[in-house]
Design a protein around this ligand. Structure first.
Ligand code: BGC
Length: 751
């Protein structure tokens, strides 16, 4: 297509139609100019294709498709290669269905564990969400299917999601809630970005010029199209002016008419409309599906869904090596819980998929090496204990060698569209876990849930396996982990707090219908719990293995552009395993409140028993930077940092100090600069020594250069004196000309 010629040939009503969407899943076709309609479909963990002619209004009524683990689980893999392959599989399936745009991934941060859509989002940390999201996007788009990265941005609660404003400082926005999108936009070049329903600091995101034009396009260099979430636009003319290219699903002729009217009255410049049309024509040109229908191997894709779950399920606890349970050691095994027969394996709302081949844990048990007696134990459709079901399970548990109970949130407690109100399992499940643990010493809990759970019973059970929402191969993957056929290697991409009231936003989350105030700032997730040294149930990054890993030989090289950190990783156990080394940086150089550590790099490494592998992780200048609101830019400060390699944010294995010199970054020295700052900075201290303190100045009525009987510079040992700015030093009789020389020399290197 010759985009400029096509644009010139389009009439105003045709252009208005193009930017307005057509029915639920299409852009408008302009037959006169051979411009086809593009089809788009949810969603992040499997296709939800509702055909044009199906006329269905039921959100769950879609073509059959492979149901992959929800993002909460696949993110726990911490495996970018895996997420890229997941994207490739989804892309292949979308192409076979003639889909141009896949509406995913969902990459917002899990700010509060109550967030209704947490199951669909990747992490509480912007780097994990950004790197994994980027790999997924690259995978999908490698199959010639575009994505919609959603929901841009700060969509962290569901209640009143169409109107509530996410209110936060620019630093919080940049360092956390925009950071994920920035990583993905810059590294994966997504076809489209979907704006979220909410406002940020009072402005609706789909009508937010700063967000859509200044930041997304001008700063980050986004070249794709921006579409709205379904029904997110309040005023389509304002949205176009702000930088939205496509209103979805569009309000039919009403949307088209209001654009025509706005151009005719001069309210909307036609040049602005043309920009949006141009973006859309590029999308149509780039992502139109090929004519031929590809197919894919359903069985192989189902196996891949199992592999994703295998690589992601998190072994949270394993006291006395309760797991793995094999045919040899399981003895008389009892399996409890209706969720084993009717698992929760996917989220609800727009990411709901109609699975091709659901294999429940009970079904998969038949094909595993284990044999067990099964008892439902509780009813999923109620939260009260059903005494006869519970009693039957307890009786069986008394004489069992091992008990496995399946527990989790029922579907009606977590979904798109509303937030959770509690982190507790339904009463009947929680009680039953406690009672089982009283009659049996070998209880394993298998969890099926979309986000963090409180576990008041944690000390009474031996093992906990977090399977989140594991997709259609939930049954197979669960036993793969329990039997040790697969060595667990998932790690939490979110913190599990001990209780809801420990979360920093507990008193305010969802309270004000109009505003969600992010008063915790950048202290969210582990950044909060670690800084405040709070106990947590399971820390960010935590995940056990059936083998053990040792970290040794840390070495760092650095320059003004960043640093390279290397170390050795040894598998000290007796079976192959995968470790997830996490690199955290603590910033001691900057004079703004900083979390005690922030994740800046990670990887996943497979290591054979007895093998040692060298690992190298890179840090860029940005990894040492923070968002300076005053200067409206990223700032990296010269000074001390701590580099930590951990197996979780609380299990730091290697640690070393690093002094970074960013050359042009120190704050300028002025009369307001304190002596402490000068004394603590090696470079400033040397210049101060040379220009003000050197013995040659001692005679010049320079009390700063006076030494005590041991020859030490007396006043520079004095805490009260150090706590003075240069201006005060001069006022007290310090040598003004020498201090002026010092300031000039200190600032010389700044560019
Ligand atoms: C959701 C989007 C989804 C869209 C289309 C909206 O309600 O927020 O994530 O892609 O519906 O189903």
């Amino acid at each position: 297509m010759d985009i400029e010629r096509t644009l010139a040939a389009l009439t105003l009503p045709e252009k208005a139609a193009l930017v307005s969407g057509k029915k639920s899943w299409y852009t408008a076709a302009i037959d006169r100019l051979d411009i086809p309609a593009l089809m788009m479909t949810d969603g992040p963990s499997g296709l939800r294709k509702q055909t044009a002619d199906s006329g269905t209004t039921n959100i769950n009524d879609s073509v059959q498709a492979i149901t992959y683990p929800a993002a909460a689980l696949s993110a726990s893999s911490w495996n970018t290669d895996l997420l890229r392959q997941l994207g490739e599989h989804l892309g292949t399936e979308a192409r076979a269905e003639q889909i141009s745009l896949l509406l995913g991934p969902g990459v917002n941060l899990k700010r509060s564990p109550l967030g209704g859509r947490n199951f669909e989002y990747l992490s509480e940390d912007p780097l994990v969400a950004g790197e994994l999201g980027s790999a997924y996007v690259q995978g999908v788009q490698s199959q010639h299917v575009g994505v919609a990265v959603k929901h841009f941005a700060a969509n962290n609660r569901e209640n009143q999601r169409f109107t509530a404003s996410s209110d936060m400082s620019q630093r919080t926005l940049r360092e956390l809630y925009l950071r994920t999108f920035e990583i993905i936009v810059k590294s994966a070049l997504p076809a489209t970005v979907m704006t979220s329903y909410n406002k940020i600091n009072g402005t609706l995101n789909s009508q937010n010029r700063r967000l859509l034009r200044s930041i997304l396009r001008d700063e980050w260099g986004f070249h794709g199209a921006v579409m709205s979430d379904w029904g997110a636009v309040a005023n389509n003319v304002q949205a176009l002016r702000a930088g939205l290219d496509l209103e979805m699903p569009g309000q039919g002729q009403a949307s088209v008419d209001s654009i025509i009217r706005a151009v005719e009255t001069g309210e909307l410049d036609e040049g602005t409309l043309n920009k949006a049309v141009r973006h859309l024509l590029h999308i149509i040109e780039n992502w139109l599906p090929a004519d031929h229908h590809d197919t894919y191997d359903h069985a192989a894709h189902h196996d891949f869904a199992r592999h994703v779950a295998d690589d992601s399920i998190v072994l949270l606890k394993n006291r006395h090596q309760e797991l793995p349970l094999t045919a040899k050691n399981a003895g008389n095994l009892v399996v409890v819980g209706e969720l084993a027969a009717q698992p929760r394996y996917q989220g609800s709302g727009s990411s709901h998929v109609n699975p091709t081949n659901l294999v429940t844990p009970l079904m998969a048990l038949q094909n595993s090496e284990l044999t067990a007696n099964y008892y439902p134990g509780y009813r999923l459709d109620q939260s009260e204990t059903d005494d006869s079901l519970a009693q039957a399970a307890l009786e069986a548990a008394k004489s069992a060698d091992h008990v496995i109970i399946f527990a989790g949130y029922p579907e009606n407690t977590e979904s798109e569209g509303f937030d959770k109100t509690s982190l507790m399992l339904p009463e009947n499940q929680g009680e039953l876990i406690g009672s089982l643990a009283k009659v049996n010493d070998h209880v394993t809990v298998v969890l099926q849930n979309g986000s963090a759970v409180e576990m008041p019973w944690i000390n009474s059970v031996d093992a906990v396996v977090e399977t989140y929402l594991a997709g259609e191969a939930v049954g197979e993957a669960t036993w793969d982990i329990i039997t040790g056929k697969v060595n667990p290697s998932g790690h939490l991409a979110e913190t599990f707090p001990r209780r809801l009231t420990d979360t920093p936003m507990a008193p305010t989350f969802g309270q004000d219908p109009h505003h969600e105030r992010y008063t915790e700032g950048v202290f969210m997730g582990y950044r909060y719990y670690d800084t405040h040294e709070m106990h947590v149930l399971f820390p960010f990054g935590h995940g056990l293995s059936y083998t053990t890993f040792e970290y040794t030989n840390m070495a760092i090289t650095e320059n003004e552009h960043g640093a390279t950190v290397s170390f050795d990783l040894t598998n000290t156990g007796d079976r192959p395993g995968q470790a997830v080394p996490q690199l955290y940086v603590a910033n001691h150089a900057s004079h703004v409140p900083m979390p005690t550590k922030e994740l800046r790099a990670f990887t996943k490494v497979a290591v054979a028993p007895g093998e040692t592998k060298p690992v190298t992780l890179k840090l860029t200048r940005r990894d040492f930077s923070w968002w300076c609101e005053g200067k409206a830019r990223w700032q990296a400060d010269t000074g001390d940092y701590e580099i930590m390699i951990g197996d979780s944010s609380r299990d730091i294995r290697l640690q070393t100090k690093l002094t970074m010199d960013f050359k042009n970054s120190p704050a300028p020295v002025t009369m307001e600069t304190y002596l402490t700052t000068i004394v603590q900075d090696p470079r400033l201290r040397d210049i101060f020594q040379a220009t003000v303190l050197a013995p040659k100045y001692a005679g010049e009525n320079n009390f700063l250069a006076a030494t005590d009987e041991n020859g030490n510079l007396a006043l520079l040992q004095d805490q009260m004196f150090l706590n003075m700015p240069l201006r005060a030093v001069i006022a007290l009789g310090g040598p003004a000309p020498l201090i002026a020389d010092f300031i000039a020399a200190a600032n010389e290197r700044k560019s």
